[in-house]
Design a binder for this molecule. Structure first.
Ligand code: NDP
Length: 335
C-alpha cells in the first residue's frame, strides 16, 4: 500500500494505492535483517500524522510519498539474518503495509510467545494500543478507587480498555462514542456505568454535567477540540487529564482553539501528555497483567477486521469518520 502524495485534510482511500511488485523472498547475505510475512496490520490514528510533510514534533517521521506506508503489525519470520529471530517465529512491531517486508533493523520487534489468544490481539489489546491504555491509565492518571472517570472515543482500540481498567479499579466510568451501536457496546459489553453519543449532544458541557453532577476526577483524552473544552468546565479540583491523543484535530489545519484553559488553574488540574513508546521496555510487566485477565474473561476486546491488504486504505481512513467498531485490523494472511 503506497502513499501517493502528502495529505492536507481528511485522508481519502485514493490517497493510497495498492501496487503489485516482485521482491526476493530472502535476506541479503551477511545482513542482520529479517524477512517477514505480514499477517495482521494495525490501523492507528497517528498514521494520519505521518501523511503530512512537516511534523510538529520529533516523535515520528513522515512517510515518504510513493513508498509503502508503515505501521504496527503481526508477522511471521520467513528468513532471518538475525541471531535473535529464527524462521517460523511470530513477532509484532513496526512493519510495512506489504505482503512481505524486509526489516533491516529487527531490534524493535517483539517475539510472540503466547498463541492461545487470537494473534490479531497483538495489534491491539496485547500490542501498542493495549500498552497505551494500561500505562496511560494506571501511570498517568494516578487513579483511585471510587473516582469518576470519563473516556472519549471510548469504544475504540484504546478507549474500550481504559474503561475496563477503570472498572477493575472500582471507578465510576462514563464513555462517549459516535453511534448508538457503540454506546450500547460500552454499556453492555465493556461494563461502563454509562455512555452517550456525543454527536447527538448540542451542548457537551450540559451533557457532561448530566453524567457527572459532581464533576470528573479523571479524563482520558482521545479526541481533543470541543470535547476537551467542555471537559475543562467539568473537572473536579485536583483532577487529572491524560492527554493520549486528539483525533478530532488530526485533519484540521489550523487546529481548533480551546477556550477554557483558565479552568486548569481554578481546578488545579494536572494535564499530562504521554507517548506509549516510552513504556515499550515494560512490555513484559504489561503482558503479565493483561494476559490472565483475557484468559479469565475479565477483560474483553472487540476488533473490526478488514479482509485483505486491498481493504487497508479504506479501513485506515474509516478511523476518521468512526466507521470502525472496536480495534481496526487488516488481515493480510492467516498464517
Ligand atoms: P480508535 O480505535 O478509537 O479509532 C478512532 C475513533 O476516533 C473513531 O472510531 C471515532 O470514534 C473517533 N473519532 C474520529 N474522528 C473523531 C472526531 N472528529 N471527533 C471525535 N471522535 C472522533 O483509535 P485508537 O483507540 O487507536 O486511538 C485513540 C486515541 O489515542 C487517538 O487520539 C490516538 O491518536 C491516541 N493514541 C495515542 C497514543 C500515545 O502514545 N499517546 C498511542 C495510541 C493511540 P467515534 O465513532 O466514537 O467518534
Amino acid at each position: 500500500v503506497i502513499l501517493r502524495e502528502y495529505v492536507s485534510e481528511f485522508p481519502r482511500e485514493d490517497d493510497m494505492e495498492v501496487r503489485r511488485e516482485e521482491m526476493k523472498l530472502e535476506v541479503p547475505p551477511g545482513s542482520n535483517a529479517v524477512l517477514v510475512k505480514n499477517l495482521y496490520l494495525s490501523c492507528d490514528p497517528y498514521m494520519r500524522l505521518l501523511m503530512s510533510p512537516a511534523l510538529p514534533n520529533s516523535l515520528f517521521s513522515s512517510y515518504t510519498p510513493r513508498s509503502p506506508i508503515t505501521g504496527f503489525g503481526v508477522a511471521k519470520i520467513v528468513d532471518s539474518g538475525s541471531p535473535e529471530f529464527k524462521v517460523g517465529d511470530l513477532v509484532w512491531g513496526t512493519t510495512a503495509w506489504e505482503e512481505y517486508s524486509l526489516i533491516a533493523d529487527p531490534r524493535g520487534l517483539f517475539k510472540i510467545d503466547h498463541t492461545d489468544v487470537p494473534l490479531s490481539y497483538y495489534t491491539g489489546i496485547l500490542g501498542m494500543p493495549g500498552m497505551t491504555a494500561y500505562f496511560g491509565f494506571y501511570e498517568v492518571c494516578s487513579p483511585k478507587k471510587g473516582e469518576h472517570v470519563f473516556v472519549s472515543a471510548a469504544s475504540g482500540a484504546v478507549g474500550q480498555l481504559v474503561g475496563q481498567f477503570a472498572k477493575l479499579m472500582g471507578c465510576h466510568v462514563v464513555g462517549s462514542a459516535g453511534s448508538k451501536e457503540k454506546v450500547d457496546l460500552l454499556k453492555t459489553k465493556f461494563g461502563f456505568d454509562d455512555a452517550f453519543n456525543y454527536k447527538e449532544e448540542h451542548d457537551l458541557n450540559a451533557a457532561l454535567k448530566r453524567y457527572f453532577p459532581e464533576g470528573i476526577d479523571i479524563y482520558f483524552e482521545n479526541v481533543g477540540g470541543k470535547m476537551l473544552d467542555a471537559v475543562l468546565l467539568n473537572m473536579r479540583v485536583r483532577g487529572r487529564i491524560a492527554a493520549c491523543g486528539m483525533i478530532s484535530q488530526y485533519n484540521r489545519n489550523p487546529p481548533e482553539g480551546v477556550t477554557n484553559l483558565m479552568h486548569i488553574v481554578y481546578g488545579r488540574v494536572r494535564i499530562e501528555g504521554f507517548a506509549v513508546f516510552d513504556y515499550f521496555d515494560q512490555y513484559s510487566k504489561f503482558l503479565d497483567f493483561v494476559l490472565p485477565h483475557i484468559r479469565e474473561g475479565k477483560i474483553v476486546y472487540i476488533e473490526d477486521v478488514a479482509e485483505g491488504l486491498e481493504k487497508g486504505p479504506s479501513a485506515l481512513v474509516g478511523l476518521f469518520s468512526g466507521r470502525n467498531v472496536g480495534k481496526q485490523v487488516v488481515a493480510v494472511a492467516r498464517e
